[in-house]
Ligand binder design. Structure first.
Ligand code: URA
Length: 207
């Protein structure tokens, strides 16, 4: 992946939140997201990857967008990056099924390129609806795109990883995207583990 592109400023994007305001369950939101064809990514993808996990999870993980394996299976984080995510979860004592895993965009960008700002702008109401419904206290941001989209465009993962940000009553942890860790395991894997230990500690202290 190349350098992240900062998403379009939120104030320039017409709000579609109202469409979702009355929806209060994942069962209702799912068919709406699966039926979306609002941007060009849908045409290049096999299907929409909704996300999965405990609908009442206290922790959500947010990636970038589906890769090839995710596009093929319809499930988030099931390729190599997903295996690393799962291994890290287990190492700090969580199971995949007790958290919720989703992405900024729900359809695979061609060739795994970063989603473009207009694609993020069109898709983000889906994720915002999922976050509102699941209502996690902790959101783990995997990589630059989710960090910049959900916390602040000024976030730099290399500088800010391991930091917690409070926003709208939730705690957000910035960490590496597992795919970035796979490209530089010696340097980044210990840091990813440190961040997952910080996650576990926060989760314990919130109980
Ligand atoms: N990378 C992501 O950002 N999301 C996935 O679901 C898989 C790989």
């Amino acid at each position: 992946h190349a350098e992240p592109i900062a998403p379009a400023p939120i104030e320039t994007i017409p709000s579609r939140e109202n469409e979702w305001a009355g929806i209060t369950s994942l069962l209702e939101v799912r068919p709406k997201i699966l039926a979306c064809a609002a941007c060009e990514l849908r045409g290049g993808a096999r299907g929409v990857v909704f996300g999965e996990g405990d609908p009442h999870a206290r922790i959500m993980f947010i990636g970038e967008g589906p890769g090839q394996t995710e596009d093929e299976t319809g499930r988030p984080f099931v390729g190599r990056a997903g295996q690393l995510l799962e291994a890290m979860l287990r190492t700090v004592g969580f199971e995949r099924k007790e958290v919720f895993i989703a992405n900024i965009v729900k359809c695979r960008p061609p060739g795994n390129r970063l989603p473009l700002p207009p694609e993020v702008a069109v898709c983000i109401p889906h994720l915002r609806a999922q976050i509102r419904i699941i209502n996690p206290s902790i959101i783990v941001l995997l990589g630059a795109l989710s960090s910049q989209t959900l916390v602040a465009p000024s976030i730099r993962v290399t500088r800010d990883r391991g930091k917690w940000f409070k926003k709208d009553g939730r705690d957000y942890l910035v960490t590496f995207h597992p795919a970035a860790v796979l490209r530089d395991e010696r340097a980044k894997r210990p840091q990813l583990l440190e961040d997952f230990r910080s996650l576990r500690a926060k989760w314990e202290s919130d109980k």
